[in-house]
Design a protein around this ligand. Structure first.
Ligand code: PRX
Length: 650
């Protein structure tokens, strides 16, 4: 095999073309967007920018590209909050609902576009009153309450860049991010509701701010009425400041390339990278994908992205995308199992959700909980389903398709990253016949290619996913570290952005994402993706979720170790472990058969739900554990280690 690319073993024969019923109402049903973009991708994006957004001053040059630096819609002037709010109100849609918000305890708020504009303008004035100016940065550390998008939009109104820090992060993570971005203020809440109880936020900010000299002010939303300390002169209640603030705040005319926000990607080891996103290009691609990938009919649909706004998914597809196109969406504060394991399906039924966007990790959790949970609810309002964040195993795809989509809804499996800012590889739902587990094709206007180790394009087969042309929502750099920006993304393959992911292309040109290349295993010289072995394990009826790692092995270089969570009701046994090994062998061939399959109650995951394979590798190789601060539940690793040790004794 040439140049050690990633080999492919998994074959998926099922295809799902969009139904006639879906096509009859879809925004796009033919190849015209692909064809237009293939002829002239700059012209294509320029048309989207002008059609989807409102500019104070039109741009002259579409793209200036000096690798690795891009400028999109040069000299164009616009304001993000104006595009998300004012223009809809000016067009007479002020009474349209922007957000149906639901708190975990069951309290609700319905917020129209005019109400949102009013609050955003007031909060923008609050920020100005605290001395914040265009070009400054602030940190936002909040639960999923309406004041979170309000704070973000208020920043964009006055040209302050936000750095949202996920509410599950520790004080140390706040310190790193606030320091690096030199944030002048923090917006937070006393606490947010999680799993039936308040989960503290402000106390974490207090700890962090002992080490953050740049922060002058803290604004606190009273969400849970918990007892917190307020530091005189530094800390202010949101409701006090808002009561005094004027609702009149003209939007700043921002340059297309002005910084919109920083969002830190945690990475597993190194210092977090402050990914920089700017204004015009970002909003263009986010609005485009929001509309066409979700086939969103802004007048009638009720859209729900069930992610956290603290991640890029929430930035792009809870806040900026839905509001830019003026649709109605849902925000839910809490966890999916409170008060019952059917909370999501209950919300879908009550609001009549038409599009649902969630992550494979959530879908596999729903599988584990069983199909009786969604079956209790009428989910017939759903027209389309989406997934993001990880490769989705074909069996999880099928479960989602059948149990949530009632077998009738297209699934858009969307590949993208914090760095790409918006979706890059995905089906267009009225056009693309989907295959379970495949992201299908690069979207119109996006250039992506799989290459081998030496950078030569792979026509059919496995390799490394690269992006070949600049795209409007691309990151503009890593805050304060241009060298790291070039080195991390642009130095591996000349002239290409390397995403860090493995992928394969099949005979029909479909892209299949194979996970991070750091996770690829090398067994007797064969490069095998963890994703494919995991999919083969989940393909077995007894398995709800699987994680696979390569552990050092004296004979084969690496040996495949599989960790599996069983579906509820199935008993763990050595025989079952053996059966699972055989199952993989049948599906993928003997080379991919795991050396060991360990049946576990849970798997270590990051807060955004990605499996921490590094930890599992450490466990498999009997090493001490590395850093577990981004782990959602650290005790899980101990339990897994225990199982692994008992297994060895066997
Ligand atoms: O490995 C890919 C995986 O998630 C990574 C990006 O993570 P993050 O920056 O946290 O953003 C997640 C939300 C956009 C990618 O490099 N990933 C994301 N979506 C998919 C995926 N892997 C396979 N299929 C996807 N649809």
């Amino acid at each position: 095999m040439s140049d050690a690319t990633i080999e492919e073993f998994y074959r998926e024969e099922r295809t799902f073309p969009p139904s006639e019923e879906f096509k009859a109402q879809a925004l796009v049903t033919d190849d015209s967007l692909y064809e237009e973009a293939a002829k002239d991708f700059e012209g294509f994006w320029a048309r989207q920018a002008r059609e989807l957004l409102t500019w104070f001053d039109d741009f002259e040059t579409v793209l200036e590209w000096d690798l690795p630096y891009a400028k999109w819609f040069v000299e164009g002037k616009l304001n993000v909050s104006y595009n998300c709010l004012d223009r809809h109100v000016e067009a007479g849609r002020g009474d349209k609902v922007a957000y149906y918000w639901e708190g975990e305890p069951g309290d609700t708020r319905t917020i129209t576009y005019s109400e949102l504009l009013d609050e955003v303008s007031r909060f923008a004035n609050v920020l100005k009153g605290l001395g914040l100016e265009r070009g400054d940065r602030i940190a936002i550390y909040m639960p999923m309450i309406p004041e979170l998008p309000i704070a973000m939009l208020a920043c964009t109104r006055i040209g302050v860049a936000h750095s949202v820090i996920f509410g599950g992060f520790s004080p140390d993570s706040i310190v790193d991010r606030v320091h690096d971005g030199e944030a002048r203020a923090v917006v937070t809440a006393d606490a947010g509701n999680r799993r039936g109880a308040p989960s503290a936020l402000k106390p974490n900010v207090d700890i962090a701010l002992r080490d953050c000299p740049t922060v002058e002010h803290v604004v606190v939303v009273n969400r849970c009425d918990t007892d917190i300390e307020m530091v005189d002169g530094r800390d202010h209640w949101y409701h006090d400041l808002m009561a005094e603030a004027s609702p009149d705040c003209p939007p700043e005319h921002m340059d297309s390339e002005d910084l919109l926000y920083l969002l830190y990607t945690s990475g597993t080891t190194a210092k977090p990278k402050g990914i920089m996103h700017t204004t015009g290009g970002y909003l263009t691609q986010v609005a485009f994908t929001q509309k066409y990938v979700f086939d969103l009919h802004a007048d009638t649909d009720i859209y729900w992205c069930a992610a956290d706004i603290g991640w890029v998914t929430g930035h792009s597809y809870i806040v900026y995308g839905p509001l830019a196109i003026g649709c109605t969406s849902i925000i839910y504060e809490g966890t999916p199992d409170t008060p019952g394991k059917d909370r999501l399906w209950d919300i879908v039924e009550r609001y009549g959700v038409t599009q649902l966007y969630t992550a494979p990790t959530a879908i596999r959790t729903f599988m584990k909980w069983g199909e009786q949970e969604p079956a209790r609810h009428d989910l017939s309002s759903i027209k389309l389903l989406g997934t993001v964040g990880e490769p989705i195993n074909p069996e999880a795809w099928m479960w989602y398709h059948n149990n949530i989509g009632g077998g009738r809804c297209p699934i858009v499996d969307t590949w993208w990253q914090t760095e790409t800012g918006a979706q890059m590889i995905s089906p267009l739902p009225g056009v693309t016949p989907t295959k379970p587990g495949s992201g299908c094709f690069p979207l119109p206007g996006i250039g992506a290619e799989v290459v081998d180790k030496s950078g030569r394009p792979v026509e059919v087969g496995g390799g490394y996913l690269t992006l070949t042309t600049p795209w409007p929502a691309m990151l503009r750099g890593i805050w304060g570290d241009p060298e790291r920006y070039f080195k991390t993304y642009w130095s591996e393959y000349e002239g290409r952005y390397f995403a860090g992911d493995g992928a394969k292309v099949d005979e029909d040109g479909y892209f299949w994402l194979l996970g991070r290349v750091d996770d690829v295993m090398n067994v007797s010289g064969h490069r095998i993706s963890t994703t494919e072995v995991e999919s083969a394990l989940v393909d077995h009826d007894a398995v709800a979720e699987a994680a696979v790692v390569g552990a050092t092995d004296a004979t084969t270089g690496q040996a495949i170790i599989g960790y599996c969570i069983l579906v509820s009701g199935v008993e763990a046994s050595d025989e079952l472990g053996e059966e699972l090994r055989r199952h993989v062998s049948t599906k993928l061939g003997p080379i991919a058969r795991p050396k060991t399959v360990i049946l576990v109650p849970d798997l270590p995951k990051t807060r955004s739900g990605k499996i921490m394979r590094r930890l599992l590798r450490d466990v498999a190789e009997g090493r001490e554990l590395g850093d577990t601060t981004t782990l959602a539940d650290a005790s899980v690793v101990e339990e897994i280690r225990h199982r692994a040790e008992t297994h060895e004794e066997d």
